[in-house]
Write a protein that binds this ligand. Structure first.
Ligand SMILES: [Zn+2]
Length: 282
């Protein structure tokens, strides 16, 4: 009863906030949004300052809209037909920093999932057609399944990053298997597909990791060649430029939109095209 009106207040506030943000992008519905925003204003006794809804066209946007991010994405050469790489038959998963391929592609990977999940990322991935592999910790995937399912729905693929995010190097095979298979079982239950790739927390691993990963269904274990954080790409290879097969690592953190854009620009500068890891490791 009294809960209904109080619930509506945050909804209206959210709507106003969304409309205010939308007002930053110039479009045909711009004035309609402004009118709706005005209509939704409460009728206060004191005059309400009118928000500036018509920024000068030369002014730098105070906030970066989805449209801005999409507009900054470079045009890539068409992705080549993927030639899947050869996998070992030794009973251990392959381990790579860089996928062994000469094809002109690089790979975007996003780790963890517990810290932050910017909502704009879903539309950005869809609108810019960004291929992403998500190495998730199973508790984060369990708590925020809906978010990751939405990224899956726009082409992302969920892979395995253990349960507890502890370093595996030096731990017993049984401990490692429990961490890797436990997460794989959970992720398979949540997303309907068993992970086929694994990334050890902090990249730290030993031979038991590769054996346990194999025994839990992983075909390959990935480290990385570049990290991306707060819109900056850091090269961990001597070339200081993205190479064919490179794997860029970023995280589900607040600046993920900037990180995705920075990764795309670095891949483009290298004359490569982003591609999906799972098309090369089958
Ligand atoms: Zn991690």
């Amino acid at each position: 009863m009294s809960a209904i009106p109080t619930r509506r207040i945050p909804a209206v506030v959210t709507l106003l906030a969304v409309l205010a943000l939308t007002a930053c992008t110039v479009g045909p519905s711009h004035s309609a949004h402004a009118r709706q925003a005005a209509a939704l204003q409460p009728t206060p006794s004191a005059p309400v300052p009118t928000p500036s809804v018509s920024p000068s066209p030369t002014a730098k946007p105070a906030f970066k809209s989805l449209a801005w991010y999409v507009s900054q994405v470079p045009t890539f050469p068409e992705a080549p037909q993927p030639q899947p790489v050869e996998l070992p038959t030794t009973g251990s998963a392959a381990f790579w920093h860089r996928l062994p391929t000469d094809q002109k592609v690089a790979f975007i990977t996003i780790d963890d999932g517990g810290l932050a999940r910017p909502p704009g990322v879903i539309d950005f991935i869809w609108e810019a057609r960004i291929p992403v592999t998500m190495f998730l910790n199973s508790p984060a995937a369990t708590e925020h399944t809906d978010y990751f399912r939405q990224i899956e729905a726009v082409g992302g693929v969920v892979e395995n990053h253990t349960i507890r995010h502890n370093s595996l190097a030096g731990r017993s095979y049984d401990y490692q298997k429990q961490e890797i298979c436990g997460a794989a079982d959970k992720l398979e239950g949540l997303f309907g597909k068993r992970p086929t790739l694994f990334r050890p927390p902090f990249g730290e691993h030993d031979s038991s990791t590769l054996k346990a990963a194999h025994d839990c269904g992983a075909k390959a274990v990935f480290h990385w060649t570049e990290t991306v954080h707060e819109g900056k790409v850091r090269y961990q290879t001597p070339e200081k430029v993205v190479q064919p097969g490179d794997v860029l690592l970023m995280h589900f953190r607040p600046a993920l939109m900037d990180d995705l854009l920075a990764a795309l620009k670095a891949i483009h500068r290298a004359g490569l095209t982003p591609a999906l890891l799972e098309q090369y490791v089958r």
